[in-house]
Design a protein around this ligand. Structure first.
Ligand SMILES: [Zn+2]
Length: 416
C-alpha cells in the first residue's frame, strides 16, 4: 500500500521537505545564566558551543545565557569553575519547561464564535491566519488580507492592512515571527491587531491616520516546525545544496549590510545568512512588496522578537549609530516609560549593536538603509532569561500589552 503522503498535495509538500517528523527532545538540558565579567568568558563559551557542549541563547556585555547539553553538565561546570566563572541555573530541565509552558486550552476553542485564536495560549499558524481572515470579514471597511508570496515549503505569507483609506496617511510596518521559536512575537502582533481593530472608531487620530501593515508570521515554515518538531528552531526550512544543515536565519538575509559580522557563512550556524541578500523567499517577498508599492509613505517599521527586554534602533554594527539617533532614542525611551507606567517590565533602549550584539543583514537596518524609513525599531520582548525562549503562556497577556504600548507610543510621536 502506498503511504498517505501522496493523497493531498499540500501535505505532500510539507512531508517531503521535512527531514524528520519525530519531535526533538531537550530532556535534562539546562539553561544557565553566566556572568560575563571576564575577558575569556565569551571565548570559552564559544569553544564549548563549537564542541556542542552547549548552545548560546543570548549574550550581552553583562551576561550570557547558554543551554547546556545534559550529557555535558559536569564538564561545562568544571570549565567554568577553572575560569572562576559565576553561573546560576535558570531552567533545570528545558524539556519539562517546554512541556509545561503551553498547556492545552481548557475551553473547546472550536465552540468559540468566529475564531480560535486567544492570548492565553500559543497557537499554530492556521489559528493565526483564520483570525486574519475573520477580521477581513467582520471589519471589511478597514481590514484587508493579502498573500504577499510563499515560504520555502509553500505556505502563504499573509499581510493584514488596517486603514481608514485616507489617501494622505503615512504607513507603519510591523513584522513578527521572523525567528520561529520566539512565539511571543506572533502572539504580540496579533494582539496589537486585535486591539486596534476592536475599537477602531474611537482610536486617536494618530492611530487612524496611519496605514498599518502587519505580517504576524514572516517565517511560517519555521513557526510550524517549532510547534510540531523542534520547539527551539530559529531559521526558515530551506534545504542547503552543500550541507545537510537546514535553514537560513531570515534576520541575517536582508539586502542591507548583508554578509558582514554578526552573521555566519556556515549553513549549520543559527545565524546562517544564506547565499546572497534576499536568497530566501520569505525576506524577498517583503522586499518585493515594498518595491511594488512605491507610493506607500513608510514612516515606521517594527520587528518583533524575544527575548531580553530591549527596544533598539539601527545600526546592528557595534558602536555605530544613526545621525538622528537622539530622535529615535526619544521614542524608545518614551515607550519604555509608558510600559513601566502601565505596570510593565523595564526595557533597555539604545542602538542594536551596542545594546544587544552585533548583527548584519537585519530587517530593521534594511528599513532604514535601503528604504529610508525614519523610525525603524526592533523590540526584544520578555523575559530576561528566566525562561528565555520558553516564555510560559501565563505571560502572554502582560507581554503583548507591552508590545501594544510600544506601537502606540511610536504612532503617537511619529504621526503627530
Ligand atoms: Zn529574534
Amino acid at each position: 500500500m502506498k503511504g498517505p503522503a501522496v493523497i493531498i498535495c499540500r501535505h505532500l509538500i510539507y512531508l517531503t521537505t521535512s527531514h524528520t517528523t519525530e519531535k526533538v527532545t531537550y530532556s535534562g538540558n539546562q539553561l544557565w545564566k553566566i556572568t560575563n565579567d571576564n575577558k575569556t568568558t565569551l571565548k570559552l563559551l564559544k569553544t564549548l558551543a563549537k564542541e556542542k557542549y552547549l548552545t548560546l541563547w543570548k549574550l550581552n556585555a553583562k551576561k550570557i545565557d547558554a543551554m547546556v547539553d545534559h550529557k555535558h553538565l559536569n564538564h561545562v561546570k568544571e570549565k567554568l569553575l577553572e575560569n572562576n566563572q559565576k553561573y546560576e541555573v535558570s531552567v533545570e530541565d528545558i524539556q519539562k519547561a517546554i512541556d509545561e509552558a503551553n498547556p492545552k486550552p481548557q475551553e473547546d476553542l472550536d465552540e468559540r464564535k468566529g475564531y480560535r485564536l486567544t492570548w492565553n495560549h500559543y497557537h499554530n499558524l492556521d489559528d493565526i491566519y483564520d483570525y486574519l481572515n475573520y477580521l477581513e470579514v467582520i471589519f471589511p471597511t478597514i481590514c484587508t488580507v493579502s498573500t504577499i508570496g510563499s515560504s520555502v515549503e509553500g505556505r502563504p505569507i499573509k499581510l493584514l492592512r488596517i486603514s481608514n483609506r485616507n489617501p494622505n496617511n503615512k504607513a507603519m510596518f510591523v513584522e513578527g515571527g521572523i525567528h520561529a521559536r520566539e512565539w511571543i512575537s506572533p502572539a504580540s502582533v496579533t494582539y496589537i491587531i486585535s486591539q486596534l481593530t476592536s475599537n477602531y472608531d474611537n482610536e486617536a487620530s494618530y492611530i487612524k491616520n496611519l496605514d498599518w501593515y502587519f505580517v504576524p508570521v514572516l517565517n511560517p515554515d519555521g513557526y510550524e516546525y517549532s510547534h510540531n518538531v523542534d520547539r527551539l528552531w530559529r531559521k526558515n526550512r530551506a534545504k542547503n545544496k552543500i550541507s545537510n544543515c537546514v535553514g537560513v536565519d531570515l534576520n541575517r538575509n536582508w539586502g542591507y549590510d548583508w554578509g558582514k559580522s554578526g552573521s555566519s557563512s556556515d549553513p549549520c550556524s543559527d545565524t546562517y545568512r544564506g547565499t546572497k541578500p534576499f536568497s530566501e523567499p520569505e525576506t524577498a517577498n517583503i522586499a518585493n512588496f515594498f518595491i511594488n508599492n512605491p507610493n506607500i509613505q513608510w514612516v515606521g517599521y517594527l520587528s518583533v522578537h524575544s527575548y531580553g527586554q530591549n527596544i533598539v534602533y539601527p545600526w546592528g554594527a557595534p558602536n555605530v549609530i544613526v545621525e538622528d539617533h537622539r530622535e529615535l532614542n526619544d521614542v524608545g525611551i518614551q515607550a519604555a516609560k509608558n510600559i513601566v507606567s502601565a505596570g510593565g517590565e523595564n526595557y533597555t533602549v539604545g542602538p542594536a549593536g551596542t545594546v544587544i550584539y552585533e548583527a548584519s543583514g537585519i530587517s530593521m537596518d534594511w528599513a532604514r538603509g535601503s528604504q529610508a524609513i525614519k523610525y525603524p525599531y526592533s523590540i526584544e520582548l520578555r523575559d530576561k532569561g528566566d525562561h528565555g525562549f520558553i516564555l510560559p503562556a501565563e505571560f502572554i497577556t502582560v507581554t503583548t500589552k507591552e508590545a501594544l504600548i510600544t506601537v502606540r507610543t511610536m504612532a503617537q510621536i511619529i504621526n503627530n
